[in-house]
Design a protein around this ligand. Sequence first.
Ligand SMILES: Nc1ncnc2c1ncn2[C@@H]1O[C@H](COP(=O)(O)OP(=O)(O)OP(=O)(O)O)[C@@H](O)[C@H]1O
Ligand SMILES: [Mg+2]
Length: 471
Amino acid sequence: MTALAKLLRTTAFRLTLVYLLVFALFAAFLLGYFALNTRRMINDQIVRTVDSEIVDLTNIFERVGLRGLMIAVDARAGNPGSSLYLVTTANGDGLAGNVGSLEPGVIDRTGWVEAAYRRIEQTDQADHMALVHVVQMPGGFRLLVGRDLDERERLFRIVAIAGRWSVAIVIVLGLTGGFFVSRRVLRRIEAMGDKAHTIMSGDLSGRLPIAGTGDELDRLAANLNAMLGRIESLMRGLKEVSDNVAHDLRTPLTRLRNRCEAALRTAKSDRDYRDAIEATIEESDGLIHIFDALLMIARAESGELRAGMIPFDAAEIARDVGELYEPVADEKGLTLRVDAATPAPVTGNRELIGQALANLLDNAIKYTGAAADRVNGVAPEIVVTAQAQPNQILLSVGDRGPGIPAAERQRAVERFVRLEQSRTEPGSGLGLSLASAVARLHGGELRLEDNAPGLKALLILPRADATRGAS
Ligand SMILES: Nc1ncnc2c1ncn2[C@@H]1O[C@H](COP(=O)(O)OP(=O)(O)OP(=O)(O)O)[C@@H](O)[C@H]1O
Ligand SMILES: [Mg+2]
């Protein structure tokens, strides 16, 4: 497609054409209306003055007879101007006036008519047009009074020419304006198109150009840029996940493989084989656990679960999870206290929020460890709470373990991240990632705070029956 054809197909140019048509019609209508009205006004004026002259002349005829009329008519006919007078006999023979010849039949009929005529002293041979009124006088005489229409026609022509010009100017200006506007729009669209191509060819960091005018194209570009930003961050997340998966699953898989190989090489008895297979199953369970966690994070992050959210009481979940983990805490000599008596209404996915809270509690129990300081021999307490605030629900798990240094808190939430201090404990570094993804899915957040000493993990969720305006 040629550049011009492209230009002509733009919406801007088509709109210009529509406006052009509207303006041209409007201009034509306006001038036409003006011309016709002017013509009518001139006619009205002629009719008024001619009629009053006829009244005058009729009076003269009645008062002083034909002779007086002829003198008066000749006197008026002698004045310069566009006035026409003619007095004839009943047969149409001219007696006085300045009309030389008339279209045949005009003088025979009384009333108003537009007719061609020539003056007596006229030098050229051209016919002129006049608006004349013929009346019959007593005795069969006829009196014609009229006005030349040259002036009216000239005025009409001037308006017609002005009309043609203004329509032509509207069209030329409109087309040029449309051409430039469309070219500008087309250039911006093409710049966006070019950028889109580079983005599609792999440069996800590219963004569509914004002219800064704040017009609809800018707004569109800004929205598309926001979308590109989101796509870019999703792609980055995806890449990170696949990198992590490749990297972090390789170690346990290699371990699995080596264990099998060693068993094949060194096992002597059924017992040895059995041990090797059991170890393999354990390792595989770990892998399955990692995959499950990854899948759950992916589901939470995709937002696909947002559709099936239901209202429920998060305090109930806190009590359930606390009950579930009580034996584990007991086993480690830790006290677990659940403080979740008042209802904490949230709308969300029960299973995911339960899992997130379980992950936090699992960490608290795991990292508080038996080696943790015992305050006066009292077992360090782990406290699970569910609190309802006007706009949000706080689910928290506080422990008295080593805590996480402030500088590491952000990193600890990333996938597969395990801090140096906890390498001795089993785990894959996905627990906090899931809790954080679940919080974000529900429009909330996961916050890690200092419990002085220990860690306080807060799952902040929007309250389902939030009282708007209150804080
Ligand atoms: N309560 C806590 N006290 C001290 N350190 C913690 C606590 N919770 C988490 N951490 C640190 O944050 C890291 C990430 O925690 P996360 O729950 O994501 O993974 P994990 O517990 O190592 O493994 P997983 O939960 O997948 O079994 C942990 O490895 C640990 O170093
Ligand atoms: Mg964990």
